[in-house]
Design a protein around this ligand. Structure first.
Ligand code: NAP
Length: 248
């Protein structure tokens, strides 16, 4: 059944690919991000595949105007069935530059909570049902020495989604929550020139993520190799984990 999806962070990488696959699957899609020219180019590329117009909205999730921008997009979409939050900043910060740490923290914490919280209230006041899905990361399962604010904020995101799932029950809201946790995927978030293991294509991540949303899965780690990795490193005791050194 066709649904109305709003994808936050659809200008590039995983969000753009997810929005494209949703359009191809026949859903009505609204897209958001800071770079208006890329939102526009998405519409130009995919408009002929849609029976209904693709709506777009420039939005900085860290700006005080983010919630008004989201409301405007929802209004133009004629409502919303699924809020898919993909926007995020990262990745590695081996020199622990303060500005970078603060920026990542702001986008992945303040921006994330602002959008997810606003979507929750919207669903609660518009029929009491809906679906919030977000791309977090396997990085949220451990403190990563090369990416402290990234791994810490991804942990915040997964915890926030879990808390919201409980809160929805307390409120009697029929809200589905899907936490999508990819491993390394080939996007601009990876450090250029650096070799990463088992890198996933954005197409594959998007396919798995959309299937997880369709099946209303609560948590989806992509793919099986990263599920094994997470299972393995969750067994490592903290004192040992903190002694492991990674190449900067
Ligand atoms: N690639 C990976 O290996 C990997 C692995 C696990 C999880 N993830 C997560 O996947 C998500 C997407 O990342 P990606 O890999 O696809 O990288 P990407 O191509 O850099 O995409 C990041 C997206 O977030 C948006 N964004 C960033 N800051 C924003 C802000 N202040 N307001 C609104 N939108 C903002 C960007 O749009 P604008 O710049 O136009 O605003 C862009 O659309 C992130 O949450 C990331 O943590 C990635």
């Amino acid at each position: 059944m066709a649904k109305r999806f709003i994808v936050i962070g659809a200008t590039s990488g995983l969000g753009r690919e997810m929005a494209a696959q949703l359009v191809k699957a026949g859903h009505k899609v609204g897209i958001a991000g800071r770079r208006g020219e890329l939102l526009n180019s998405f519409v130009e590329e995919y408009k002929d595949l849609c029976a209904e117009p693709i709506e777009w909205q420039e939005m900085d999730v860290t700006s005080p105007s983010a919630t008004a921008a989201l409301d405007e997009l929802i209004e133009r979409m004629g409502g919303m069935d699924v809020l898919l939050h993909v926007a995020g900043a990262g990745f590695e910060n081996p020199a622990l530059e303060e500005g970078k740490e603060r920026h990542i923290t702001e986008v992945n914490s303040v921006g994330f909570v602002t959008i997810i919280n606003h979507a929750y209230h919207w669903f609660r006041t518009h029929g009491g049902k809906g679906h919030i899905a977000a791309v977090t990361s396997i990085a949220g399962t451990k403190g990563m020495g090369l990416a402290p604010s990234y791994s810490a904020t991804k942990r915040l995101q997964t915890t926030y989604l879990s808390a919201l799932a409980q809160h929805a029950r307390m409120d009697g809201v029929r809200l589905h929550i899907t936490d999508i946790r990819p491993g390394y995927a080939q996007t601009s978030i990876l450090t250029p020139g650096k070799k990463y293991p088992a890198v996933l294509s954005p197409k594959k991540v998007a396919r798995h993520a959309i299937r997880a949303i369709d099946h209303r899965r609560r948590i989806c780690t992509i793919d099986w190799r990263f599920r094994l990795l997470v299972a393995g490193w969750s067994l490592i005791p903290r004192p040992l984990w903190e002694r492991i050194t990674f190449v900067k």
